[in-house]
Ligand binder design. Structure first.
Ligand SMILES: C[S@@+](CC[C@H](N)C(=O)[O-])C[C@H]1O[C@@H](n2cnc3c(N)ncnc32)[C@H](O)[C@@H]1O
Length: 249
């Protein structure tokens, strides 16, 4: 029996932890339908959003700095006959060689860019890639601060998937406020078809950010804020504020 589940582990865990989320899809679909093509997704991962929009007929470019995730996205697009373009690049320093009517930053990718200095570089690159009048929409997690350990809280349920007899379970075990953000600790547990278990701890740090701060930063790059939108909480996921930023026409 194989000692590893099929496929690259980073891809499997990405699917476990992001793949089941869909509360944001109606907003991305609405914006793509309203703004038109082409669409650029920043931090596209294995394509949860990019593939959904491509299936609806949009011309999507998926950017991520992790080539393994984009390999999986490309395979999935090819298997479904969807013409998605992929770009392995850092969101703070990319050149896609074209401009976009819409740029989307789903989930908390905006809070993974290395604080204000990293976001500053991203705003400039995003602005340079928007068509005149183009729109940038970026989600920001809401309510992370309410998870102060001393107040006590129920942690979200684990994200679980079964792949060819292997069970992958990712359980958030702690959400800790820090000075400039929040760390989320997860235990990733892998159960082999014969019952053997291995586990390891993963820590992700999200920068502290709100829509007003993001809008003020983006204004320095020449992007004008519209009224933000909201993605509601679900039983398993925090809600988001979505900052909307328009390039000059
Ligand atoms: C929370 S996941 C979101 C994935 C996907 N957009 C979704 O909604 O399912 C964040 C993604 O951002 C990517 N990412 C993080 N920092 C990045 C950077 N500096 N440049 C490009 N991609 C980045 C990660 O590799 C990961 O795929």
């Amino acid at each position: 029996m194989s000692r590893h589940p099929p496929g690259a582990e980073e891809v499997l865990w990405h699917d476990v932890e992001c793949g089941g989320y869909n509360a944001d899809l109606p907003l991305w679909r609405e914006l793509a339908d309203a703004e038109g093509d082409p669409v650029l997704e920043i931090g596209a991962g294995t394509g949860r959003v990019a593939l959904d929009l491509a299936r609806r007929g949009h011309d999507v470019t998926a950017l991520d700095h992790d080539a393994r995730l984009l390999d999986a996205l490309r395979e999935r697009a090819a298997a479904a006959g969807l013409p998605v373009t992929t770009l392995v690049a850092d969101a703070r320093d990319f050149d896609a060689g074209r401009r976009f009517a819409l740029c989307l930053v789903p989930m908390q990718t905006l809070q993974l860019l290395g604080g204000r200095p990293g976001r500053r570089r991203f705003w400039r690159r995003a602005r340079a890639h928007l068509e005149p009048g183009g729109l940038l929409a970026a989600a920001i997690a809401v309510g992370l601060e309410s998870y102060a350990p001393e107040r006590g809280y129920d942690l979200p349920l684990p994200d679980v998937r079964e792949v060819e007899g292997w069970v992958l379970a990712s359980q958030p075990v702690a959400i800790r406020p820090q000075r400039h953000g929040t760390t989320i600790e997860r235990v990733r547990q892998l159960v082999a078809p014969d019952g053997r278990r291995t586990q390891r701890r993963e820590v992700v740090r999200l920068d502290r950010l709100d829509a007003a701060t993001a809008a003020a930063e983006a204004a320095e790059a020449g992007l004008a804020a519209l009224a933000p939108r909201e993605i509601p909480d679900t039983p398993d996921h925090l809600g988001s504020e979505v900052v909307l930023l328009r390039a000059p026409g």
